[in-house]
Design a protein around this ligand. Structure first.
Ligand code: NAD
Ligand code: DAU
Length: 354
C-alpha cells in the first residue's frame, strides 16, 4: 500500500480518488484536518476498504512511526502542508511548523522505517515530495520559464517554508540514500479547490453577488494546470522517476489573473446568467499582496522527455469542467464556507476594503 499525507486537501483528495480509480493498491491517508482538510471530498470512498483514513499530524513522530510499522507502505507521498500564500503573510508560524518541522519529523520516521527494510524492499521504496514552482521566486516578462536547475529564490513565508522542506528531502537522499523524488508544480485548479484561492473564490463570490477581488493591477501571471493532470504526473514520477531527481510539472498555460477572472465571468454568463448585466461588473481592485510574485512559468520539458507525461487538459477544457463542477456542487461550497473560512475572509478582505 501507499501512505499519503494531506489526502483530505484539494490536491491530496483528488490524488486519492484518482489513485483508487486507477489501481486497487490501498491508501493510508494521514491528514490533520486543518481548515483546508475536508472529508466530504472523499465521501465516495466511505465504504471502500482500500482507503484507510487517519486523522493526525505529520509532526506527531509516535503516530507516524506506528502507522509505518502497522501498514508497511511501499511509498510515502507527501502532500500535507499549509498552502495559502496570503495566510503565510498573516501568520507564518503554522507554515514553519507543518512545512518545515513536520516534513523533518516525517523524514526522520521514514528514514528509520526504510533502514529496517529488506534490501529488495529498500530498493523499491519511494518518498515522493510534492513541492511547488514558487520556490524559484518570480520571473520578469521576458525571462525563460523555470527549469529544474533554476536557483531557489522564495519570496513568501509559504514558499520559503516549502523551499526548506525541499532542501531537507534533497539532503536525506544525498546523506542517507533515502530514495526520494520531488515535483514542482504550477497553480492547480479543479474540483474540491478551497475557496480562499483565486479561481474557487471568484466562482463563490460571483454567484453570491459579492465583489471579485483583484490584487494590484491583476497582470500577475500564473501557469494553470488542471488538478487531474497533476495527479497523473505524480503517478508517473512515482512509477518511473529517477531517484533523487526533481521534476517540474506545469500546463504550458500562462495567464494573467485578470484574464482568468474574465474567462470565469464569461463562462458563468453563459452557464448561469444573472438577471441583468455580466459577472464582470462585480470585479473590484483591492490592495496588492505584499511581496507579490509577478510571474511564474514552468518548463515541463524534462518530465515529458524522460517520463512521457504531458497535460491532457487545455485551460479551455479544464476551466469549463471546473465551473460546471462548482455549479453542480453548491452544497460542498456552502459546507466549507463556515467557521474558520468566514473569519479568514473578514480578516483578508474586510481590512483591505475598509
Ligand atoms: P490544501 O491546503 O488544500 O491541503 C493541505 C492538506 O494538508 C489539508 O487536508 C490539511 O488538513 C493537511 N495538513 C495540513 N497540515 C497538516 C499536518 N501538520 N499534518 C497532516 N496533515 C496536514 O493544499 P493543496 O493545494 O492541496 O496542496 C497540496 C500540496 O501541493 C502542498 O504541499 C502544496 O505546497 C503543493 N502544491 C499546491 C499547488 C496548488 O496550486 N494548490 C501547486 C503546487 C504544489
Ligand atoms: O504556483 C503554485 C502555488 O499556487 C501553490 O504552491 C500554492 O499552494 C497555491 O496556493 C498557489 O499559489 P498562488 O498564490 O499563485 O495562488 P492564489 O490562488 O492564492 O492566487 C493566484 C493569483 O491570484 C495570485 O497572483 C494572487 C491573485 N489573487 C488571489 C486571490 C486569493 C487575487 O488577485 N485575488 C484574490 O482574492
Amino acid at each position: 500500500m501507499i501512505l499519503v499525507t494531506g489526502g483530505a486537501g484539494f490536491i491530496g483528495s483528488n490524488f486519492v480518488l484518482d489513485w483508487l480509480a486507477h489501481s486497487d493498491e490501498p491508501v493510508v491517508n494521514l491528514d490533520k484536518l486543518t481548515y483546508a482538510g475536508n472529508l466530504h471530498n472523499l465521501a465516495s470512498l466511505r465504504d471502500d476498504p482500500r482507503h484507510v483514513f487517519v486523522q493526525g499530524d505529520i509532526g506527531d513522530a509516535a503516530l507516524v512511526v506506528s502507522l509505518l510499522a502497522t501498514h508497511r507502505p511501499r511509498a510515502v507521498l507527501h502532500f500535507a502542508a499549509e498552502s495559502h500564500v496570503d495566510r503565510s503573510i498573516h501568520g507564518p508560524a503554522a507554515f514553519i511548523e507543518t512545512n518545515v518541522n513536520g516534513t523533518f519529523t516525517l523524514l526522520e520516521a521514514v528514514r528509520a522505517y526504510w533502514a529496517g527494510m529488506s534490501a529488495a524492499d529498500k530498493a523499491a521504496f519511494r518518498f515522493l515530495h510534492v513541492s511547488t514552482d514558487e520556490v524559484y521566486g518570480t520571473l520578469g516578462a521576458d525571462d525563460a520559464p523555470f527549469t529544474e536547475t533554476t536557483a531557489y529564490a522564495p519570496n513568501s513565508p509559504y514558499s520559503a517554508s516549502k523551499a526548506a522542506s525541499d532542501h531537507l528531502v534533497r539532503a536525506y537522499h544525498h546523506t542517507y540514500g533515502l530514495p526520494t523524488l520531488t515535483t514542482h508544480c504550477s497553480n492547480n485548479y479543479g474540483p474540491y479547490h478551497f475557496p480562499e484561492k483565486l479561481i474557487p473564490l471568484i466562482l463563490a463570490n460571483a454567484r453570491a453577488g459579492k465583489p471579485l477581488p483583484i490584487y494590484g493591477d491583476g497582470r500577475q501571471v500564473r501557469d494553470w494546470l488542471y488538478v487531474s493532470d497533476h495527479c497523473a504526473a505524480i503517478r508517473r514520477v512515482l512509477a518511473a522517476g529517477r531517484l533523487g531527481e526533481t521534476y517540474n510539472v506545469g500546463g504550458w498555460n500562462e495567464m494573467a489573473n485578470l484574464d482568468v477572472v474574465h474567462t470565469l465571468c464569461d463562462i458563468l454568463d453563459a452557464l448561469d446568467p444573472k438577471p441583468r448585466g455580466s459577472y464582470r461588473d462585480q470585479i473590484s481592485y483591492v490592495a496588492d499582496r505584499p511581496g507579490h510574485d509577478r510571474r511564474y512559468a514552468i518548463d515541463a520539458g524534462k518530465i515529458e522527455r524522460e517520463l512521457g507525461w504531458k497535460p491532457a487538459e487545455t485551460f479551455e477544457t479544464g476551466i469549463r469542467k471546473t465551473v460546471q463542477w462548482y455549479l453542480g456542487n453548491q452544497e460542498w461550497v456552502r459546507d466549507v464556507q463556515s467557521g474558520d473560512y468566514l473569519k479568514w475572509v473578514e480578516k483578508q478582505y474586510g481590512l483591505q476594503d475598509g
